[in-house]
Design a protein around this ligand. Structure first.
Ligand code: 3PY
Ligand code: MG
Length: 263
């Protein structure tokens, strides 16, 4: 594991732009890694692949300039450890609803005595340099997803979790939790309000604010609100939009306004 370039970008106040990979294609992972993103997240929760294939996707992202991250499918020490051993430089953990869950998640990403990560770094320590344990603990980033009513209620306590780098809004599950429709290009008002609350709570606690976004315009809006880490759409929503646009243009019509917010 090299130094985590994302940490330098955050420290310099840059908005970090993250790609989102849900297709089981190492080729696509390479393409995204060369597309200009600062990082690319391999999505184990809703991506169409499991842990074995995630290893190859992390390898493919590593072949380009983007920093490989992973969203785990659950708060599971074995899976999180495997993703870190495979070379993920940070973990995004879904559905973190309170401070105890946030602390549990952070512990899964850190070695003893602070955490419970088991030793066996495999791809993450290919160079077998001395000091990997301390290096990994200092460079692996931890992001807790805020995507429920409970998480909003416990937001300040979650953000104050020692060792947590940032909170990361899942606008679709949050929309469902707040009785609104998920998957839209423009977040419903309930979610828009929550997004504003999350960025100020995160910064008040001294941690970063991140979010999944439907597209570049949504990502730009959140960056304007102070979000540090934005994800302008997932691979398949981008592809579907571009494909539909090409078809519409080829048929001499105007492309429809994007309805698919991705996930
Ligand atoms: C959500 O919007 O709920 C997400 O988890 C983004 O993938
Ligand atoms: Mg979600």
């Amino acid at each position: 594991m090299l130094a985590n370039r994302l940490k330098d970008l955050f420290a310099a106040g840059r908005t970090v732009v993250n790609g989102w990979l849900s297709a089981a294609s190492p080729y696509l992972a390479e393409v995204l890694s060369h597309a200009g993103y600062d990082s690319v997240t391999v999505d184990l929760q809703h991506g169409m692949f499991g842990p074995d294939q995630a290893v190859h996707l992390i390898q493919a992202v590593s072949a380009g300039p983007a920093v490989p991250l992973a969203r785990t499918s659950s708060r599971d020490a074995a899976l999180i450890g495997k993703l870190l051993d495979a070379g993920a430089y940070g973990i995004i953990c879904p559905a973190v609803d309170d401070a105890a869950q946030a602390a549990e998640f952070v512990a899964m990403c850190r070695y003893p005595p602070t955490g419970i990560r088991s030793y066996g770094p495999a791809r993450a320590d290919l160079r077998r340099l001395p000091g990997y344990v301390a290096h990994a603990d200092a460079h692996v980033m931890t992001w807790a997803m805020i995507e429920s009513r409970a998480a909003l209620e416990n937001l300040e306590e979650i953000a104050a979790t020692p060792g947590l780098d940032g909170v990361f809004v899942g606008p679709n599950d949050l929309a469902l939790a707040l009785g609104a429709e998920p998957g839209r290009a423009v977040p419903p008002p309930e979610v828009a309000g929550a997004l504003r609350r999350v960025v100020s709570a995160a910064h008040a606690a001294g941690v970063l604010a991140g979010a999944f976004c439907a597209d570049g315009a949504a990502a730009r809006r959140l960056a304007g609100q102070g979000y540090d880490f934005v994800t302008p759409g997932n691979d398949m929503a981008i592809l579907r939009r571009a494909a539909a646009e090409g078809v519409a243009l080829a048929r001499g019509g105007a492309p429809d306004a994007p309805a698919d917010g991705g996930y």
